[in-house]
Write a protein that binds this ligand. Structure first.
Ligand SMILES: Nc1ncnc2c1ncn2[C@@H]1O[C@H](COP(=O)(O)OP(=O)(O)OP(=O)(O)O)[C@@H](O)[C@H]1O
Length: 665
């Protein structure tokens, strides 16, 4: 037996011990639930304890299968820690068998290096068979790095293997291989907001999800109670990332699109491009505020007379106007404002009554508060409204000086509905309704929100997020170069101001783990055309291939390219325009494409990745929309190993010098 075999055998038996301890922990918790149910303590305590134990038992039962540790630290004080996705230890007072990757002692696993060993003598990485369900014999490799002074920084073969592995199925967690610059972001100050400008494949999404898991671990009370939300650009993306947090043991996190979050109604109409652009513009915040407060009468002309038995208590119009003006000045949410005006009027009437009749009790005040005359005054002066009613009013007659005549015409309803209740709302209308709802009543917030692909949000969408994180913090992830919406941000500081976190630091990530250097280099040639100032991407990967195939018969050329792509392992993504996606999918039917091949319009590939990407007719992707070059940049950077460009039309200049195949190459 070699010394490596011996070490592997020792580690496997440690893994056996961990497995047994975990089984006992799961049993113990299940047993405690039974005990908890029997507890004869006060009802509320027993209920709370029972709930806690039940959710802990559920958590333990639902742990995903897999290896129980991925690394080990040997420290200079003689201690050793195995590091895994969650803590394993039966006795809270004894050192655990496995330390959670988020624990403070685990930090050195990610950060220590020969120049700064941080008390670590040796870092050990474990290699497990691919897709291991956690059987100890699946532990097949280990790699030691000595960090004592004078040690050399080494490139980990296990890390390289993990980064270069073929991609099948949904995104996986990277707890075993988080890189130092990523770890800094994952563990950065939880109460502070943060923006990551990351070139394609630098791990922004991975960082955001691991940060979410880290916050739940370090601030269980605060973050769990106030809620954590992960916002992604579309459903396909959410399903692609859906397993990362559960694999890290976090099952209760809401993952949604912003559209889901703000959906008060189904989308039943479509805006013209111009109307959508206006509705998403930051000026709409003021337009909506004015439309809402336009309903308030700042100068009531009639005195208020509230009957009280045979008597009437009066407030002169001037005093009513002063109350309304004061409340407007204080700027509470609209619905609170109405109640505040009511309360102030009652108080003023009470002072008058007391001057005449002496102290009036609470019952008197309640009666006056509900007096019909007072409610009628409020209905006229500060009416109850719904967001739908206000927006319908605005879209029927958009008379606001912030919009010019053409803009007003563009958003005006061609045929207003009979009532706002039967209005057919567009996607942009829902954003505006959310803004109005937020002006009327403050929405419930989250403790922390992770926003992915944040460059694509409009100012009005940003405000929807800002309202929900007024008292919470944000992790903003994105890449200005990948901005494809008509309103995509060109500057993070502006975008952060719309998100309510002006001044949050913007941290760049430039080292990519997905896209190989040859493909990054090609995509970087597009950068000067994208109209944004971002640092160019780099790659840790030296493998990777780019092929350009000229194909006078576009569909035949695509079939050929896909056949060639299928010769290698892994997924194949065929990306083209919305118009070509159908014909391309038809053409690929029956050419052995099968499950490994997905045909997608470029408009939905954001955030995804495929081992081999075939981009069909790049020039058409560029021409299809105003941000076409950005769209092509996104498409090119979905490739994990290989990229083929298939084209019938001429290629843009910047592709000069790339090897070509096919007729006329
Ligand atoms: N430290 C790491 N170890 C292993 N794999 C990593 C690491 N960091 C990132 N990756 C992998 O690189 C790929 C890209 O990561 P991710 O999707 O998070 O990047 P991104 O910056 O959001 O990309 P994009 O903006 O292009 O969508 C993923 O497969 C991810 O698992």
């Amino acid at each position: 037996m070699t010394s490596l075999d011996l070490e592997l055998a020792r580690e496997r038996s440690h893994h056996d011990a961990c497995r047994a301890a975990l089984a006992r922990m799961t049993e113990d918790v299940a047993e405690q639930v039974v005990t908890g149910e029997d507890t004869a303590a006060s009802g509320a305590d027993a209920e709370a304890l029972g709930r806690h134990l039940r959710s802990r038992a559920k958590e333990m039962r639902e742990q995903p299968p897999g290896p129980l540790f991925f690394g080990r630290l040997d420290l200079d004080d003689g201690r050793t820690h195995h590091i895994g996705r969650r803590r394993i230890g039966e006795d809270p007072a004894a050192p655990p068998l496995v330390v959670d990757w988020r624990a403070p002692v685990s930090r050195a696993y990610y950060q220590a290096g020969p120049r700064d060993p941080q008390g670590v003598l040796r870092r050990r990485r474990f290699g497990w068979a691919p897709y291991s369900q956690g059987a100890s014999e699946d532990l097949t490799a280990l790699e030691d790095e000595q960090l004592t002074a004078g040690g050399q920084a080494t490139v980990s073969a296990l890390l390289a293997g993990e980064i270069e592995r073929p991609r099948v199925g949904p995104m996986r967690d990277i707890a075993a291989t988080i890189q130092p610059e990523q770890d800094d972001l994952v563990r950065s100050e939880p109460a502070a907001s943060l923006c990551v400008q990351g070139a394609p494949g630098t791990g922004k999404t991975a960082v955001g999800l691991h940060r979410a898991a880290y916050l739940l671990y370090t601030h269980p009370q605060r973050v769990r109670r106030s809620g954590l939300l992960v916002l992604g650009p579309h459903r396909a993306f959410l399903s692609y990332i859906s397993e990362v947090l559960p694999s890290l043991g976090e099952t209760g996190v809401r993952q949604a699109t912003l559209d889901d979050e703000i959906a008060r109604h189904p989308v039943r109409a479509e805006d013209t491009d111009t109307a959508a652009r206006i509705k998403h513009d930051a000026r709409m915040a003021g337009v909506l505020r004015r439309a809402l407060y336009g309903r308030v009468d700042p100068a009531p002309t009639e005195d208020l007379a509230v009957p009280d038995g045979s008597y009437h208590w009066r407030l002169p119009a001037g005093q009513l106007a002063a109350i309304v003006a004061d409340v407007r000045q204080e700027a509470p949410p609209y619905a609170t404002g109405r109640e505040r005006v009511r309360a102030r009027i009652v108080r003023a009437l009470q002072l008058r009554a007391e001057r005449r009749w002496g102290p009036m009790g609470a019952a008197w005040a309640r009666r006056i508060e509900r007096a019909r005359a007072l409610t009628a005054f409020l209905d006229a002066c500060w009416p109850k409204v719904t967001p739908e009613e206000v927006l319908a009013g605005l879209l029927t007659d958009p008379d606001d000086g912030a919009l010019d005549a053409a803009e007003r015409a563009a958003i005006r309803w061609a045929r207003p509905p009979r009532s706002y209740r039967s209005a057919r709302w567009t996607a942009a209308d829902l954003v505006l309704l959310d803004e109005l709802a937020g002006l009327i009543e403050r929405p419930e917030g989250y403790g922390h929100v992770v926003v992915d692909e944040a460059q694509d949000l409009s100012p009005m969408e940003c405000r929807a997020i800002a309202r929900r994180t007024e008292f919470g913090s944000l992790t903003v992830l994105g890449d200005l170069a990948q901005g494809t919406t008509p309103w995509a941000a060109r500057d993070w500081h502006e975008q952060l101001a719309h998100l309510g976190k002006a001044g949050a630091p913007v941290v760049p990530l430039t080292l990519g783990y997905r896209v190989p250097a040859a493909i990054v280099e090609l995509a970087n040639r597009l950068l000067p055309q994208l109209g944004v100032d971002v640092p160019a991407g780099r790659s840790v990967r030296r493998d990777g291939e780019v092929t350009v195939r000229r194909a006078p018969e576009l569909l035949a050329g695509t079939r050929q390219a896909v056949r060639e792509a299928l010769a290698a392992e892994g997924s194949v993504g065929v990306i083209t325009t919305d118009t070509l996606a159908g014909p391309v999918a038809d053409a690929l039917r029956g050419c052995g494409a099968g499950e490994r091949v997905t045909v997608l319009p470029a408009t939905v590939v954001k955030g995804l990745e495929f081992d081999h990407v075939v981009v069909v007719e790049p020039a058409a992707i560029v021409a299809a929309e105003a941000r076409g070059p950005n769209r092509l940049y996104v498409a090119l950077t979905r490739a994990v190993s290989r990229l083929t460009l298939v084209h019938a039309a001429d290629l843009p200049e910047w592709l000069g010098g790339v090897p070509r195949v096919g007729p006329g190459a």
